[in-house]
Design a protein around this ligand. Structure first.
Ligand SMILES: Cc1ncc(COP(=O)(O)O)c(C=O)c1O
Length: 495
């Protein structure tokens, strides 16, 4: 079998193993790799591609997980048959991130461990009884209609409540410009399916939300990173990328960016909208944390400054209210909404009407207003506790961002510390964080880490930072030790 045509691009934003999966799939589709044939031994293919063996093994595992190949112990990996024996019934290929997130989840679940790794809100704040009243009220009023199939666009009352809520934030949209989705993650997935084909370029902030990276990589997109500083995406870098690469989308999180927590400055927002409009490139605004503001008024969405077109806006009830209901929304030009709706219909027909109706009811209650106040105040105190503890516990040379909302911040470590090593030590100390590489386009953020403060109490945050401070100091002194040893054994300078 001839795989000599495969070439992998180290500078592409897509990981090598994901590129290899796509190339092998293409070879299967084009007949270069026939059903039942044995894939080359991973060592041989790795050598001929000039990559390490783990990359090939990861690609093979992804194909096996997807049912596109099967592994026979001691015999190798084979292209799956077309008899349907394996193909189609197994889960989709894993992304590069999944094993890392699974490991973090396992460590986070160990007794006594303090986890600042996950971005979840605090379920202890969820008011169950008032939400049950909303469920009962809508069931009593609308009855079995809420248990029937519903419209793909969304439940009428929920759409009305959403439109009013968006209007309060400066986004005036008609019903035909809105779509209810099952979480903003589904909104992003629909956008990706409508706009991206394998090989298309997509601009993303670097770092960015790992779920967006996983999605775009899975779609075979070429990721074009633009750095983020204290004022959000460095838009000055974007113009030449737009003209040179003609990307299909620009994905941004302007408010309380995940993972850094920074908010894009007004001048950058204006410039971003200007240059994307001039180049005809749609902006996807992910505003999932936008309402989780610690100051009085949440910042306006980027879309509010964009007239009716140009920005595809994603919102969610997951951060301020309840993520388990999977209620999100998209606001965009009506043509875009129609295209997204068509894809949603084939994906899952619609989001449950009962939950939309109950949420619409709940959003109008005093219990909801009280919850919003409590949630904002609680997370603001936790953010304060984290900032104070970082100040107290971290040695010189460690810096961090200071979010005005959202659930996370980013820590920058001195260059001699690797977060991979630090994480191993931190787990021994009983604290877990998310390494920066999980949010980086090119996996080159080994001196950064993300801390989230939404799900844990202030005293846990303080104790967590005592533990992390110990781990950082131990890593720093280990690095100093290594440097001194290197010096001691290095040859004298030639003079
Ligand atoms: C930036 C960002 N976008 C989207 C999501 C997905 O949220 P959901 O699908 O629950 O709305 C998350 C969740 O953590 C997120 O942080």
């Amino acid at each position: 079998m001839d795989l000599s045509g495969i070439s992998l691009d180290r500078n592409s934003g897509t990981s090598l193993h994901a590129q290899l999966v796509l190339a092998l799939r293409a070879a299967m589709a084009e007949g270069g790799l026939r059903a039942g044939s044995r894939l080359p031994a991973s060592r041989n293919l790795a050598r001929s591609l000039g990559v390490n063996r783990g990359t090939v093994q990861k690609a093979y595992s992804a194909l096996v997980a997807a049912g596109e190949a099967r592994a026979a112990v001691g015999q190798g990996t084979f292209v799956a048959g077309t008899d349907g024996s394996a193909a189609g019934i197994l889960p989709p290929p894993q992304t590069a991130e999944d094993p890392d997130w699974e490991r973090l989840a396992r460590w986070s679940a160990r007794p006594g461990v303090i986890s600042l790794a996950g971005g979840m809100p605090d379920a202890r704040l969820f008011p169950v009884a008032p939400f049950r009243e909303s469920l009962n009220a809508v069931l009593a009023k609308e009855g079995s209609g809420l248990l029937q199939y519903g419209p793909s666009r969304g439940h009428g009352r929920f759409l009305e409540v959403l439109a009013a809520r968006l209007k309060e934030r400066g986004l005036d949209r008609q019903a035909e410009e809105l779509l209810v989705v099952s979480g903003s993650q589904q909104g992003l997935d629909l956008v990706a399916r409508v706009f991206i084909s394998p090989g298309d370029a997509v601009v993303v902030e670097d770092p960015t939300y790992s779920g967006a990276l996983a999605l775009f990589r899975m779609m075979g997109a070429r990721l074009l990173p633009v750095p983020v500083d204290d004022h959000g995406m460095v838009v000055e870098r974007l113009e030449s990328i737009l003209t040179r690469e003609r990307p299909r989308l620009v994905y941004t999180i302007p408010n309380f960016h995940n993972p850094t927590g920074v908010t894009m400055s007004p001048s950058r927002r204006r410039r971003l909208l200007e240059i994307c409009a001039a180049n005809g490139v749609p902006v996807v605004e992910d505003d999932s944390d936008g309402e989780l503001a610690f100051d009085d008024v949440p910042p306006p969405p980027l879309a509010a400054g964009a007239g009716n077109g140009g920005v595809i806006y994603l919102g969610t009830s997951s951060k301020l209210l309840f993520p388990g209901l999977r209620l999100g929304w998209v606001a965009a030009d009506s043509q875009v909404i129609r295209a997204l709706e068509a894809v949603k219909r084939v994906a899952d027909l619609h989001t449950p009407p009962l939950l939309q109706a109950a949420m619409a009811h709940f959003m109008m209650t005093k219990a909801c207003r009280d919850l919003v106040t409590t949630v904002r105040a609680s997370y603001a105190s936790r953010r304060d506790a984290l900032l104070q503890s970082l100040e107290k516990e971290m040695p010189a040379g460690v810096t961090w961002s200071e979010p005005r909302g959202g659930l996370s911040l980013m820590v920058d470590l001195p260059a001699q510390i690797s977060t991979a090593d630090l994480l191993a030590r931190a787990v021994e100390e009983g604290v877990v964080f998310a390494p920066g590489n999980l949010f980086a386009v090119r996996h080159s953020a080994d001196h950064r880490l993300r801390l989230t403060y939404g799900g844990i109490r202030e005293e846990e945050i303080r104790e967590g930072m005592v533990r992390l401070g110990r781990a950082v100091r131990a890593e720093l002194s280990g690095a100093d030790q290594r440097r001194m040893t290197d010096k001691a054994i290095s040859p004298p300078p030639l003079v």
